[in-house]
Design a protein around this ligand. Structure first.
Ligand SMILES: CC(C)(COP(=O)(O)OP(=O)(O)OC[C@H]1O[C@@H](n2cnc3c(N)ncnc32)[C@H](O)[C@@H]1OP(=O)(O)O)[C@@H](O)C(=O)NCCC(=O)NCCS
Length: 218
C-alpha cells in the first residue's frame, strides 16, 4: 500500500467529494453547510465537488492528493490557495456561475459570506493586504490515517509557500493541531463562532494557526 503524492486533476472531484463524506465529521460548520444543501434539495456530494473545484484552473499547482499507488484510491487531499500579489482576491474566490451551471441558493451564499467575513477579518488583521498562502482544505480517509499522508501534503504545500516566500495560515480542527505544529504553524487565536442563527446548536471552535515562511519573497 505505498503512498504517492500527485497533483489533483479534473477527473478527481467526484472521488474527493466521496472522501469528504467519509472523512469529515458531520459537525459544526460542515454540518450547517450539508444541512443547508439538503434543505435546498441539493445533492451534497455534487455541490461539494463543485465547491472544491472552484478556481482550480488558477491554482492547479497548489491542489494535491495522496493516492495508494497499488489501487489508485485517493486517500488524502489538500487544497492550498496562494495570494501572490498585494491585496488580490484568493484564487478560489467564486466567479459568477458559467452558463449552464446552477447558481448556489441564496441562503448558502449568505452563509458562506458570513463565514468568509470571519476569515477575511483574520487575514486583514494579520496580513494587512500582504500576499500570503492559505490551507483551505485537508482531509485523510479514516482507513488511512497515521500513515503520513497529510504530512506529505503539508510538506509539499509549505515547500511551495517557502519557494514563493509566503507566510501561510489555516483554521485547524483539534485533530490537526499537533500535526500542523510539526510543520511550523503556531496557534495565533482560538475563537468560537455561534452557529445558532443557522440552525446549529453549539459553538464551533476555530483555531487560527500561522506559519512564517522560511523563504524570501520573489
Ligand atoms: C487531521 C488529519 C488530516 C491528519 O491526517 P493523517 O493522514 O492521519 O496525518 P499524518 O498521518 O500525516 O499524521 C497524523 C499523525 O500520525 C503520525 N504518523 C505519521 N506517519 C505515521 C506512521 N507511519 N505511523 C504512525 N504514526 C504516524 C504523525 O506524526 C501525526 O502525529 P500527530 O497527530 O501526533 O502530529 C486527519 O485526521 C483528518 O482528515 N481528520 C478529519 C478532518 C480534519 O480534521 N481535517 C483538518 C482540518 S484543518
Amino acid at each position: 500500500m505505498p503512498l504517492e503524492l500527485r497533483q489533483v486533476e479534473k477527473g478527481d472531484f467526484a472521488d474527493i467529494a466521496k472522501l469528504d463524506q467519509i472523512a469529515c465529521p458531520n459537525e459544526g460548520v460542515v454540518h450547517i453547510i450539508r444541512q443547508l444543501q439538503r434543505d435546498e434539495g441539493m445533492d451534497v456530494s455534487t455541490s461539494f465537488a463543485q465547491w472544491i473545484a472552484t478556481g482550480t484552473e488558477h491554482h492547479a499547482g497548489t491542489f494535491w492528493k495522496v493516492v495508494d499507488s497499488d489501487t489508485n484510491e485517493v486517500v488524502s487531499v489538500a487544497k492550498f490557495t496562494f495570494q501572490y500579489h498585494e491585496g488580490e482576491a484568493y484564487q478560489d474566490t467564486p466567479t459568477p456561475p458559467v452558463e449552464g451551471e446552477t447558481p448556489l441558493p441564496k441562503r448558502l451564499i449568505e452563509f458562506f459570506a458570513w463565514l468568509n467575513k470571519i476569515s477575511d477579518e483574520y487575514a486583514k488583521d494579520h496580513f494587512k493586504g500582504k500576499p500570503h498562502a492559505y490551507l483551505m482544505y485537508l482531509c485523510t480517509h479514516p482507513g488511512h490515517r497515521k500513515r503520513g499522508a497529510a504530512g506529505m501534503l503539508l510538506e509539499k504545500g509549505t515547500q511551495l509557500a517557502d519557494m514563493a516566500g509566503l507566510d501561510m495560515y489555516l483554521q485547524a480542527s483539534l485533530m490537526g493541531v499537533p500535526l500542523y505544529r510539526k510543520f511550523g504553524f503556531e496557534v495565533v487565536r482560538v475563537g468560537e463562532i455561534d452557529l445558532s442563527q443557522w440552525g446549529g446548536d453549539k459553538l464551533d471552535s476555530r483555531t487560527f494557526m500561522k506559519r512564517k515562511t522560511r523563504g524570501v519573497r520573489q
